[in-house]
Design a protein around this ligand. Structure first.
Ligand SMILES: Cc1cn([C@H]2C[C@H](O)[C@@H](COP(=O)(O)OP(=O)(O)O[C@H]3O[C@H](C)C(=O)[C@H](O)[C@H]3O)O2)c(=O)[nH]c1=O
Length: 337
């Protein structure tokens, strides 16, 4: 008998996606709908609404869009009614902004996660997949980074995610809530905010910019195409052995920011001068200089493997960003900490 692939359609029942109007959340809703799930999509109407993306989903009978704030515990209890599986992605994610307003990161990411866990416990959900981030590992002490790597939060953002992860895991150990903490490495693809490095490069080049001003080109990242990240989240939600576990999702391919930019320029056939500007550097103690994902745990638990390599993923991302309709709506963003 052939083993059943981990990401075949399954009956997850009613799925709640918090952060459904965010980058990864929006793609996850699409994947869940494609797999025949019913989805309650929590949106704040502050990030993706300008794409008209959410409006196009509201007409689908499988999707119910709700609007609210995870900082409100009463709202969290209401949104959890009738939910079987929770994908918790709502969070503040911009690292530079966390230097400016660390308190709001604690409020949304830590307190908000606590509210989600409490509501999930009250309802007795079958599974909660809490989305963490590779940032919690800080600059790699060894590579590739497995789940046993020490946690070294280097920004208020990553500190808030360490706190959120601990809250989620404590609800498993204390109350038996079936929690999995997923740690995606850097995710990229269509609809990503122009604040991240890949869309900022593509959109500036597409807008005809001749000089790209970036921060430090030396740090490395493990870039994961958004469809693969979402497939990984779905695989974890379907895997009983992942309950109570922390699990990385990445591509297991390390590349520097400079080489990533060069690859984008090559794929776009663009001749652009790349300048490294000191004032765009993050505080040295805060910049994560090396990330490279050890993917072996998710593969062992679920059979998951990424399908889209960096070249292919960048080609798809470039095609999306350079589509005239999207280009018109997208505002190139000059990186500034
Ligand atoms: C936007 C930008 C970035 N950079 C540098 C700064 C970093 O060394 C690297 C990647 O930056 P980016 O902001 O794309 O991604 P991360 O700082 O790794 O953080 C992102 O990925 C993790 C997993 C999350 O969890 C964060 O929420 C998410 O924002 O490129 C530049 O040099 N110039 C630029 O214009």
């Amino acid at each position: 008998m052939n083993p059943r692939p981990n990401d075949e359609p399954s009956l997850l029942g009613m799925c709640l996606v918090t952060g459904a109007d965010g980058f990864i959340g929006s793609h996850l809703v699409e994947l869940l709908v494609a797999r025949g799930c019913r989805v309650r999509a929590l949106a704040q109407y502050n990030s993706f609404n300008h794409w008209g993306w959410l409006e196009s989903l509201t007409c689908l009978p499988q999707v119910e869009v709700v609007s609210g704030d995870i900082r409100d515990p009463h709202f969290c209890h209401r949104m959890m009614e009738g939910v079987d599986v929770v994908f918790h992605l709502a969070a503040l994610i911009a690292i530079p902004y966390s230097y400016v307003a660390p308190d709001s990161y604690v409020e949304t990411n830590v307190r908000g996660t606590l509210n989600v866990c409490q509501a999930a416990r009250a309802v007795g959900v079958r599974r909660l997949v809490h989305t963490s981030t590779s940032e919690v590992y800080g600059t790699a002490r060894y590579v590739p980074i497995d789940e046993a790597h020490p946690l070294q939060p280097q920004s208020p953002y990553s500190a808030s995610k360490v706190g959120a992860d601990a809250i989620a895991l404590s609800f498993h150990s204390s109350f038996g809530l079936p929690v999995t903490v997923a740690r995606p490495f850097n995710t990229y693809g269509p609809r990503q905010s122009a604040r991240a490095v890949i869309p900022t490069v593509i959109s500036q080049v597409a807008a005809g910019c001749r000089v790209l001003k970036l921060g430090d080109l030396r740090p490395t990242r493990d870039f994961n195409y958004v469809e693969d990240t979402c497939r990984g989240l779905l695989a974890l939600a379907q895997c009983d052995a992942a309950v109570g576990e922390v699990v990385n999702i990445g591509s297991n391919y390390e590349i520097s920011i400079g080489d990533t930019v060069r690859l984008i320029l090559e794929l776009m056939g663009a001749e652009v001068e790349v300048q490294q500007e000191d004032e765009r550097l993050r505080p040295p103690q805060s910049e994560v200089f090396r990330l490279w994902c050890d993917n072996r745990k998710i593969e062992r638990l679920t059979g998951f493997r990424p399908r889209v390599d960096l070249r292919e993923g960048l080609q798809r991302t470039i095609a999306w960003f350079t589509d005239p309709v999207n280009l018109q709506r997208y505002k190139p963003h000059q990186y500034n900490v």
